[in-house]
Write a protein that binds this ligand. Structure first.
Ligand code: 5GP
Length: 155
């Protein structure tokens, strides 16, 4: 009896933490698939910003980009240009944005790594951007780049 209760708890926990994209990868819910291989799947976003808006997703279950294995990162890198080129050819778009959100504060809603490929059209359909930049001063830029470089994991 006790083990049954434990078993039920484990299943419930697994289900609770499983993202919608894991369920798509497992074939439990449908998607409009564009590409699939051993490590990556790409499919149309269910709520697109423009026609052709697609998501490129590693099968590895990780929330944020920096948590991915080298193998998944490489496979994503290989898939993204192929998917982008196919979207351009099939939609007639000539411009696009690649967006990748990490963390709720950065607008991530599905906690499973994914890249958006979003075609941009003359009429404004696509990704709207508010880019509030300010100039980087040379001294703090040099210090910051050095600090970040010192934190790099080995390639
Ligand atoms: P985020 O804000 O996390 O970067 O974006 C998540 C994206 O996933 C959204 O653009 C949303 O429309 C898309 N999405 C959420 N649930 C589903 C789904 O069940 N199927 C598909 N194809 N896309 C989804």
């Amino acid at each position: 009896m006790r083990s049954m209760v434990r078993g039920t708890t484990v299943v419930a926990d697994t289900f609770a933490t499983m993202s919608i994209f894991t369920r798509i990868i497992r074939g439990e819910i449908p998607c409009h698939r564009i590409l699939e291989n051993e490590l990556v799947i790409a499919f149309l976003d269910v709520n697109p910003l423009s026609p052709g808006h697609a998501l490129v997703v590693p099968k590895e279950e990780r929330e944020q980009l920096h948590q991915l294995s080298q193998a998944s990162a490489s496979a994503l890198g290989a898939a993204l240009p192929r998917v982008a080129a196919a979207i351009l050819r099939s939609t007639g778009a000539t411009a696009y944005n690649v967006l990748q959100n990490n963390g709720a504060m950065a607008h991530q809603a599905v906690m499973h790594v994914h890249f958006h490929v979003i075609p941009r059209f003359e009429d404004g359909r696509g990704l709207g951007l508010a880019w509030k930049a300010s100039p980087l001063d040379a001294a703090s830029g040099a210090a910051l780049a050095k600090r970040i470089a010192a934190e790099l994991d080995p390639a």
